[in-house]
Design a protein around this ligand. Structure first.
Ligand code: HEC
Length: 209
């Protein structure tokens, strides 16, 4: 490793360790929330479909099978208002007393406290759908245009990302034994690479000099 790269290493490691922490905090809509909605809400709140030869319309005229539809909401206003929990009716109805007429879902398993917390955190942090648009059938023209505009575009990689990619080439996760051995030898061991599964981080062993 060249001396320059070596000197820069501690800074890079600190930045990555921090980004690893913040990655753990963000709610991934498609992975974490959508499966809950599919299980507990979408039977009643999806686009009109034919069931047993009869059209089944979304209950309360509300669809939750698309990002635009959640933002639009129904009679009682938007179901989701990004960063505004109080105005997000969807959060209100799942928190009502169970005997309230508007408690959701009216049938089947209610959302658990943990699932409601996830919904809350997701709304408060800006309700990022992360590229998920859902069912665009029946979407108003402006929602179609917005979805097209937010489709992932190729982005120019940032300098430090390139540097980090270069640095992490051929890296293998260090085993516990490797790490312990390195620590015993006086090496500094820090997080270097965030793995795809957002909860685990790889380690790289860097010797102190
Ligand atoms: C068994 C069917 C059913 C399920 C499952 C269901 N809902 Fe509903 N939902 C309804 C009906 C019926 C209404 C209309 C109630 C009314 O207006 O009195 C409604 C209305 C709503 C409304 C109010 C719409 C408005 O603006 O008036 C929201 C928000 C809502 N549901 C969210 C949810 C969420 C979130 C889930 C899942 C946790 C869910 N619902 C699951 C049947 C269902």
């Amino acid at each position: 490793m060249s001396p320059i790269v070596k000197n820069q290493l501690p800074i890079v490691i600190t930045t990555l360790a921090l980004s690893c922490l913040s990655a753990q905090g963000a709610v991934n809509f498609e992975k974490q929330l959508l499966p809950i909605l599919q299980k507990k809400c979408l039977d009643c709140h999806s686009a009109t479909k034919v069931v047993d030869g009869k059209p089944k319309k979304p209950k309360g005229d509300l669809r939750l099978d698309a990002a635009w539809a959640m933002l639009k909401g129904a009679e009682n206003g938007p179901s989701i208002v990004p960063s505004n929990l109080a105005k997000s009716y969807m959060h209100e109805v799942v928190n009502l007393p169970k005997d309230d007429d508007m408690f959701m879902p009216p049938k089947g398993d209610p959302m658990t406290a943990e699932e409601i917390k996830l919904l809350k955190e997701w709304i408060e942090s800006g309700a990022d759908f992360g590229g998920w648009t859902g069912n665009m059938e029946g979407a108003p023209a402006d929602a179609v245009a917005a979805a097209a505009a937010s489709a992932p575009k190729p982005v120019k990689p940032r300098e430090h990302d390139l540097f980090y990619t270069e640095l992490s080439k051929d890296l293998k996760p260090a085993t516990e034994a490797d790490i312990n051995q390195a620590k015993a030898g006086g090496a500094q061991v820090s997080l270097l690479k965030v793995e795809k599964s957002r909860y685990s981080c790889l380690s790289k062993i860097t010797s102190p000099n």
